[in-house]
Design a protein around this ligand. Structure first.
Ligand code: AMP
Ligand code: MG
Length: 377
């Protein structure tokens, strides 16, 4: 299949491009589009055949339900059975935005979207291109992240092309997304809100409006037989190279994380001297890594996301994640960094973790899912 890629301005997208992409959706086709979180892969949510094509293009397991995206609250009427008061308050405060609500589903919603569940996940994205596309299509848009299943979510159109070029009709390219991690998913079908997936809306913000909010036990590292969000049971966000996560305990300083990361890097170098090793480091640790490298005569290359990947063997290929004090910045760079290390052909990745506060909760959730090994410090 030929994939058409059209660049649009993120703030003032050309109406012609949105109309064209909207027609593809109405005709049962697949359109990848930017949201404020990550790029989504959209299909007409009320067309079962179109929705099935999303699963085929992504290689997504059929029992992992999709989020339906709307451009206005009126469109919810046909999708959910009822909008409880708690949901209304959350929408008032956080829509459009990175918050997905799980509500009892209306008859109209095909089982393909919800994987047969009695509930449906809905969200209004905070991106002019996404909202314009949904409005132009005139239908609700089912859209998971626009990556092949198991790969890190795409934060640029180039990432989408890498995974889905030739598998979808249309890609709207509006440059890099802002938030960088997927939406926060909250189940509102019980007596109190339950976070099923941490994401672009911080738990602290959610609690300001929703009061007592619980967190699905699966997110706290406890093993559960049947996670309530089916997506949670799949490995996700995994780069091709094995990733070791350095996870700080409460109050542990970035420097301590950096020391453990450097030890892990040295171990990888000793085991695989014929490839570079990737280090995703916290800004606070750059001076100490440079010093440690020179003290041990280790080749150290400070790389940048927007440069071409690549380095000689036995080099520490270091990418800055952002400051430990700015989890939003770390979130926005995370998936791009994982893909960048893959392109560089590193033997392994060592990632310095942050405290699970604010967007740090989502960052650490994604890193844990990507990690083959976790070192707690
Ligand atoms: P993605 O769009 O790829 O970011 O994935 C959507 C996430 O929302 C997955 O983790 C799904 O399991 C979750 N999800 C979608 N619909 C529901 C639902 N009805 N109940 C619980 N979780 C859902
Ligand atoms: Mg996804």
């Amino acid at each position: 299949m030929k994939t058409r890629v059209v660049r649009v301005d993120p703030v003032h997208p050309a109406p012609g491009a949105l109309r064209e992409a909207g027609e593809v959706l109405r005709g049962g086709g697949l359109v990848a589009f930017p949201t404020e979180t990550v790029y989504g892969l959209g299909a007409d949510a009320l067309n079962p055949a179109a929705v099935r094509r999303i699963f085929a293009a992504k290689g997504r397991p059929g029992d992992n339900p999709l989020i339906i995206h709307v451009a206005d609250r009126e469109s919810l009427a046909g999708l959910v059975k009822e909008v409880p008061e708690a949901a209304r308050a959350l929408m008032d405060r956080f829509w459009p935005g990175p918050l997905t609500l799980v509500l009892p589903k209306a008859e109209l919603v095909p089982d393909e979207v919800t994987a047969g569940l009695a509930t449906v996940a809905v969200r209004m994205p905070n991106h002019r291109v996404a909202l314009g596309l949904i409005a132009a299509a005139g239908v609700p848009v089912a859209a998971p992240s626009a990556n092949r299943s198991g790969r890190p979510s795409p934060t640029t159109a180039a990432h989408v092309w890498e995974d889905l070029g030739g598998r979808v009709e249309f890609i709207l390219d509006a440059g890099p997304t802002g938030v960088g991690v997927e939406s926060t998913v909250v189940d509102l079908t019980g007596p109190r809100p339950v976070v099923l997936r941490p994401g672009g809306l911080a738990l602290e913000d959610l609690r300001q409006v929703a009061g007592e909010v619980t967190v699905d036990p699966a997110l706290l590292g406890r093993e559960v037989d049947r996670p309530r969000s089916p997506g949670l049971k799949y490995t996700h966000y995994a780069p091709k190279a094995p990733l070791t996560l350095i996870e700080p305990g409460p109050g542990v300083a970035p420097q301590v994380v950096g020391e453990a990361a450097w030890r892990a890097v040295r171990e990888v170098l000793a085991a695989s001297p014929h490839k570079p090793v990737g280090l995703l480091f916290l800004r606070e640790n750059l001076p100490r890594h440079r010093e440690a490298a020179s003290a041990t005569a280790t080749a150290f290359l400070l790389a940048e996301l927007n440069q071409d990947a690549g380095a000689p063997p036995a080099t520490v290929l270091a990418l800055e994640a952002g400051p430990a004090t700015d989890p939003a910045q770390v979130a926005s760079r995370l998936f791009a960094a994982l893909r960048w290390f893959d392109a560089a052909g590193v033997a392994a990745i060592v990632a310095e973790g942050i405290s699970p506060e604010g967007l740090g909760f989502a960052v650490m959730n994604r890193l844990r899912k990507a990690a083959g090994a976790v070192v707690r410090v």
